[in-house]
Design a protein around this ligand. Structure first.
Ligand code: GDP
Length: 468
């Protein structure tokens, strides 16, 4: 298929959803604004909501069928495998230099003072810089807050042949000249900033990725996580046993409810009803395609009360999830081996589901979403975030490009001309997003459908010498 065709198909899919976010929110707002709304008007508005959502589902269903009817499914599968094999072999090459003593190295310290998801993102960032500077990444993990003995007891070492810092005395980033060993700081304080940082993707892969995937950067992170998170036998057994004991079955939606220390500091509270109405809509949509015997979710949370609450309120649902795991997530015992097992399992289960409902403000859910990309040619649209759009902590920018002009209709909206760059702050999931027009420096709301993503393409090494 042409890139144009694939981009249009995905754009249609997203904008059918955006269209319905807009229409339904406006109608719900209308219903709420007048107290003395006439029964006739109320009934008409309810009819629009009722038939409108069916109309939306029908459109999405047809678009999904198009994806199979167009005859490109085999190509998508193969292209996805080929691209993954290509970058995985480059990662192997980079991480296994012929002479470890002399190899150029980049040292990354796992123990960033934050949670597991945040630490994984830290290592992924280190890996991006290692790949970009063509240096073997050395991960220092002794004394890891989640497992004192270090990373290598949980996951395979990130190299088979080169895991020590041996060589010249390390110097701090950015180093100089031909210096052998460089220590990398965390992304929040790296200076100068190399071009390889999020949301950049490698130029030599960009044309293929843009054609294949709805969010090439998320694919890129997914590939790095695929390399990094190869489980040691014990971890693989832990995961296998959990899958069996849980009775993991499809269809299944992954729900992540992040509470405790996050609420009120970095994210707002969302009731279980909000998550479940998104889950319900997923199943209403799915039922157009096939009969669903049982609506099922995998529920991960750091608050054990959430699981019992959900089971009480949604008896018609099969709810998989282990309250003993959420107990290990308590802030007081978070940095421990039991807690590590729990979060590994929860993230793995979430990533294996058919669709994710969560808050992208949490790194736990973003990691699950990134790993999920490894199980489909393109899983970019398989989520519903109740708050943020996808982002990467420390990212350089997240820009959209206006594809249509916009004149403000209400106060708070910004003007746009085609081609304007818009730095997105968030999607309000009601038809509008908020952002700054980088041409006018105006900040405000704009209709989400009037922009498209700007993919940040950067020259990385192409690893062509590995075939010599
Ligand atoms: P964030 O704070 O939600 O952005 O994500 P982090 O991963 O950086 O830190 C949160 C930490 O809380 C996790 O790493 C876990 O230790 C714990 N946690 C949060 N949510 C869950 C969950 O659903 N299950 C488990 N087992 N632990 C969780």
């Amino acid at each position: 298929p042409s890139t144009q065709y694939e981009l249009l198909r995905r754009r249609l899919f997203n904008n059918v959803q955006e269209f319905w976010y807009f229409v339904s929110s406006e109608i719900i707002k209308l219903k709420g604004t007048t107290n003395d709304i006439s029964p006739q008007l109320l009934s008409s508005l309810n009819n629009i909501l009722n038939l409108g959502v069916q109309h939306k589902r029908s459109l999405l269903y047809d678009l999904e069928k198009l994806e199979y009817a167009d005859g490109y499914s085999t190509w998508r599968e193969k292209e996805s495998n080929d691209l993954s094999n290509l970058v995985q072999s480059r990662f192997n090459y980079l991480q296994n230099p012929t002479d470890c003593k002399k190899a150029k190295k980049l040292i990354c310290n796992l123990n960033k003072g934050c949670g597991y998801g945040c630490q994984l993102h830290h290592v992924v960032y280190c890996f991006m810089v290692a790949y970009g500077t063509q240096r073997t990444l050395i991960l220092k993990s002794k004394g890891w807050r989640y497992h004192k003995a270090g990373w290598e007891e949980i996951f395979k070492p990130i190299s088979d042949s080169c895991t020590s810092t041996e060589g010249e005395t390390p110097v701090n980033w950015p180093g100089y000249g031909n210096v052998q060993v460089i220590t990398l700081p965390i992304i929040d304080s790296i200076s100068p900033r190399p071009p390889f940082l999020p949301l950049a993707i490698p130029e030599d892969l960009a044309p293929r990725l843009t054609r294949l995937h709805g969010d090439p950067f998320v694919w890129w992170v997914g590939q790095i996580l695929k390399y990094l998170l190869r489980p040691q036998d014990k971890t693989a057994t832990l995961i296998q046993n959990a899958i069996t004991n849980l009775g993991f079955k499809r269809p299944i939606v992954g729900v992540h409810v992040r509470r405790t220390d996050k609420v009120g500091t970095e994210a707002a509270f969302h009731g279980i009803e909000e998550y479940m109405s998104a889950v319900d809509e997923y199943y209403n949509q799915l039922e157009l395609k096939k009969k669903v015997d049982k609506r099922r979710i995998y529920l991960a949370t750091d608050d054990p009360k959430v699981i019992s609450d959900a089971k009480n309120k949604y008896p018609q649902y099969e709810i998989l999830g282990d309250p003993t795991i959420s107990k290990t997530a308590a802030v007081s015992s978070r940095y421990s081996d039991t807690s590590l097992n729990g979060i590994i399992l929860d993230i793995h289960m979430l990533s294996m589901t058919d669709y994710l409902v969560c808050t992208f403000s949490s790194q736990v859910c973003r990691i699950a979403y990134e790993i999920m990309q490894n199980y489909y040619p393109d899983a970019a649209a398989k989520f519903r975030s109740l708050d943020d759009v996808y982002y990467y902590g420390g990212q350089t920018s997240n820009n959209k490009v206006a594809v249509a002009s916009h004149e403000p209709l209400k106060s708070g909206e910004i003007q746009m001309k085609p081609g304007d760059l818009i730095g997105i702050a968030g999607n309000h999931w009601n038809g509008y997003s908020k952002g700054r027009n980088l041409r006018t420096n105006q900040m405000g709301l704009y209709p989400s459908f009037k922009v498209k993503s700007k993919i940040e393409v950067v020259k990385f090494p192409s690893y062509s010498e590995m075939y010599n």
